[in-house]
Design a protein. Structure first.
Length: 234
């Protein structure tokens, strides 16, 4: 089995009814994460153009699986104390926003969720025709500190933390946060401004000492996903 350094963060997101992707940080630890899960008999494979040096991990089942399965994968990784992994799995939950409109929220799943992190968070920006929304995923304390940094930065965004289930122990400290939604208030006018809109948040997080994977999903009409402009310096 590939050896794995300590302090490896893993973020788990569904990508299909029967598949999820695991984003390790650092990406150089992807092969070790994949080997660890394979030893537990999870159906995983290493993916990415730079594998096996760097990459992600694909979880692929023949049949559809419930969101709770992603939580079990995260629990299995977190239970391997000697491996030094902090894993976070996320489901999309339906909710109603402050304006009474239906919305989707990222909420963590799993029984053993790391409450304190190492200032590693996943930053995922979704681009739409007229707006952009960035989600931050990670440890509750890290997300709380990220909210503080962004709100104090003067960035032209609206920060909306998604609070954890009040029955969870981490919520008792008053900082329980599952994820953070950041609504970019500047309009998306053309492709040249796309990187700059998301870069505002990335720069704030970098200056505040955060690191982690950065993902860009482009839902604009005729737009092709392109995260190249978001990779530098983070």
């Amino acid at each position: 089995m590939t050896s794995m350094p300590s302090q490896t963060s893993v973020f788990i997101e569904r990508i299909a009814h029967n598949a999820a992707i695991l984003h390790p940080h650092p990406q150089e630890n992807a092969a070790a994460v994949c080997d660890l899960l394979a030893s537990m008999e999870w159906p995983v494979s290493l993916i990415g153009p730079e594998k096996p040096v760097r990459g992600g991990v694909l979880l692929f089942e023949k049949a559809a699986f419930d969101d709770s399965i992603m939580g079990v994968v995260a629990d299995d990784l977190n239970n391997e104390v000697d491996a030094g992994v902090a894993a976070y799995a996320y489901q999309l939950s339906e909710a109603v926003d402050e304006e009474g409109e239906p919305t989707l929220l990222f909420q963590r799943v799993g029984m053993k969720i790391p409450e304190e992190g190492n200032r590693v968070i996943l930053t995922h920006t979704y681009l739409f025709d007229d707006t952009a929304i960035t989600w931050l995923l990670g440890a509750s304390e890290d997300l709380f500190q990220a909210c503080v940094a962004i709100e104090h930065s003067g960035a032209h965004v609206r920060v909306l933390p998604v609070h954890a289930d009040p029955n969870r122990r981490e919520h008792q400290a008053g900082r329980g946060v599952d994820s953070v939604q950041i609504r970019h208030l500047s309009p998306i006018l053309d492709s040249e401004e796309v990187g700059e809109v998301a870069r505002d948040v990335v720069d704030v997080l970098t200056l505040a000492g955060f690191s982690g994977p950065i993902i860009l999903t482009d839902h604009r009409e005729g737009g092709a996903p392109d995260s190249s402009r978001l990779k530098a310096g983070y």
